[in-house]
Design a protein around this ligand. Structure first.
Ligand code: GLA
Length: 374
């Protein structure tokens, strides 16, 4: 099923007075299409947002996942700059968290255990010996409901999912809403809201894999991260609890090519997979977190967030075995992730910014991806 119209588009035909349609057209469009069925028969839909400048984002209801992001290069030629798959089956077969909404708690929780208000909780451990990205069947593997949302900023769709009490071991019924807006200022804005009926940790992010050239290596992408500190990890990826000043290898305060010092990071497979503590004047305020530039395409990505941290990950586990959109074999160093978040394993480190959400409180996080050319 497919339906297209100017302005906001829902299933079924839409007839509108010409003047209104034209006015709305300038604000972009939303198109809804079927995107297959899960193995247990749930229908998955794809929403394609196009802004008034022709930028295009596609998000599917499985995992509230960003599957395509088309932006122009310096010559005005559009290209898709996120990794992903063409078909739902390829996502269902298991993939590397391409573009997903990650949670209930992004990144790792040590040993899958935490204590909250005197009760000990045991979570699914899917990254031996730890809990990673919400567990065996995190919110990235759920079918979310979707609703086209009215926004003056540009075409928008809101995705909702309620994770029941006990899912993957977490306490509380957690109601989540993630709204993607493709603004007419060429930004992909993601707003997250969550509420709970029992105290529970929450840390939501998006796991998009970026390649601003739309092909090849990311080692020559120039990166800047607005962070003087990071959280070092042990051999299993769990923060030691220290907050260290970035050294020569870790610092991206000055714009630096990603490949320049990457080989100095020991480990198997090695590379960046670290949480940076963003320099912020005010906790929860929207500030510049990172900037990425790619010279052949002239594309620039700027990321702004309300979050205190950002996980910089250089696709260390990509090894050419996963074949993505258009037959591209995703090789080592073919993409980078910049996941805006609270620090990993915060629930076990009281000195880190708080991730506990309580009844009557509202969790919010906003991240803006701004696309520019130079
Ligand atoms: C995060 C983690 C990585 C890895 C990727 C997904 O960035 O920190 O270790 O799990 O997600 O493969």
């Amino acid at each position: 099923m497919e339906c297209v119209a100017a302005g906001l588009l829902l299933a079924g035909a839409v007839t509108e007075p010409t003047a209104t349609a034209a006015k709305k057209k300038n604000k972009g469009t939303v198109k809804k299409e079927a995107f297959g069925k899960t193995t247990d028969g749930k229908a998955v839909e794809a929403y394609t947002l196009v802004n008034k400048n022709g930028l295009k984002a596609r998000i599917i209801t499985y995992g509230a996942m960003l599957t395509e992001m088309h932006v122009p290069d310096k010559n005005g030629k559009f290209g898709d700059i996120v990794l992903g798959h063409d078909k739902l089956e390829d996502y269902l077969d298991g993939h590397s968290y391409f573009g997903v909404t990650t949670g209930r708690v992004a990144n790792r929780i040590a040993g899958g255990k935490f204590t909250l208000d005197g009760s000990e909780y045991t979570l699914a451990t899917n990254n031996d010996p730890n809990h990673l990205h919400g567990g065996t069947e995190g919110i990235d593997k759920k079918v979310w409901s979707a609703r086209v949302s009215r926004s003056k900023a540009g075409p928008a769709v809101a995705f909702s999912y309620t994770s029941p009490n006990g899912e993957e071991g977490y306490p509380g019924n957690l109601k989540m809403k993630v709204t993607y807006t493709l603004t007419n200022n060429d930004e992909l804005r993601i707003d997250y809201v969550a509420t709970t009926d029992k105290a529970t940790p929450v840390n939501l992010t998006n796991h998009a894999y970026w390649n601003l050239a739309g092909k090849g290596t990311i080692l020559d992408h120039i990166l800047q991260i607005n962070a003087d500190h990071y959280t070092p990890v042990d051999a299993t990826g769990i923060p030691t609890g220290e907050i260290l000043k970035v050294d020569d290898v870790m610092s991206f305060i000055k714009p630096t090519a990603i490949g320049v010092r990457i080989d100095k990071l020991a480990g198997e497979p090695g590379g960046y997979d670290h949480n940076y503590c963003l320099n912020k004047k005010e906790f929860g305020s929207l500030g510049l977190a990172a900037r990425v530039e790619e010279s052949t395409s002239g594309r620039v990505l700027e990321i702004f967030t309300t979050e205190p941290g950002i996980q910089f990950y250089t696709g260390n586990f990509l090894d050419g075995t996963e074949v993505g959109k258009g037959g591209w074999k995703y090789e080592f160093r073919n993409a980078l992730c910049l996941e805006t978040q609270h620090f990993p394993d915060s629930i076990n480190h009281p000195q880190f910014p708080n991730t506990v959400l309580r009844p009557k409180q509202k969790y919010t996080q906003t991240t803006i991806h701004k696309f520019i050319t130079k």
